[in-house]
Design a protein around this ligand. Structure first.
Ligand SMILES: CC(C)(COP(=O)(O)OP(=O)(O)OC[C@H]1O[C@@H](n2cnc3c(N)ncnc32)[C@H](O)[C@@H]1OP(=O)(O)O)[C@@H](O)C(=O)NCCC(=O)NCCS
Length: 177
């Protein structure tokens, strides 16, 4: 398990699937805001819930747990892994009861450790809605820079919203870790 502060990142297990599906991916508004696409009914075969972790080289899904007792608190992933440009995106989704407690900042740190140190990537990127203050803050606490605003780039539940692109380079991460 990859442990950073208050969180551990481990492989997705079968026992996680029902909770993540019910509390995270079946939540229409959360999904529409967090996933960059329309909410759809979530099947048991949805790639976000896969448990073998082997089906797609460009995507590494983790379950997020409290390391001391193993309680499931959410999902995290590295996606769009590009081994030529050594680049990937970060995604995080915490269960509703686990938000606003500082876990998100530690999850981003654990994903950075995985991306830069374990995988040798050069750049990590986050795209999030411009009004998603918790995600913006969790990213900036880990050294991410706001690189731009994509105006009206996301259609979310009946309106176009701006997205912010944030980036962090390996050399910037290494200066602080
Ligand atoms: C986004 C998310 C991962 C952030 O994790 P979190 O554990 O809730 O955030 P943290 O507790 O680490 O807080 C990070 C910062 O945001 C602030 N914050 C937290 N919740 C907030 C809220 N509702 N409104 C404003 N600020 C908030 C915290 O005060 C903290 O800032 P500070 O340290 O400068 O005071 C989590 O809220 C989540 O899973 N949300 C739903 C899914 C989602 O939006 N995913 C991101 C898609 S790109």
């Amino acid at each position: 398990m990859l442990i950073r502060g208050k969180v551990g990142l481990r492989a997705r297990e079968e026992d996680d699937v029902a909770t993540l599906r019910a509390e995270l991916y079946n939540d229409v508004v959360n999904s529409a805001r967090a996933e960059g696409g329309p909410w759809r009914p979530v099947s048991a075969k949805d790639p976000r819930l896969e448990t073998d972790g082997q089906s797609d080289e460009t995507h590494v899904p983790f379950s997020v747990v409290e390391p001391e007792n193993g309680t499931l608190i959410g999902s995290a992933n590295l996606w769009g892994i590009d081994t030529h440009n050594r680049f990937a995106h970060i995604g995080v989704g915490l269960l509703p009861s686990c938000r606003g407690k500082g876990y998100g900042t530690d999850v981003v740190a654990a994903l950075c450790h995985y991306g830069f140190t374990v995988r040798g990537l050069h750049r990590l990127q986050i795209e999030t809605l411009a009004d998603n203050t918790p995600m913006l803050r969790a990213a900036e606490h880990n050294g991410f820079t706001r690189e731009g605003v994509l105006r009206d780039s996301a259609w979310v539940m009946g309106e176009f919203l701006d997205e912010v692109v944030l980036g962090l380079l390996a050399r910037e991460w290494n200066q602080t870790h």
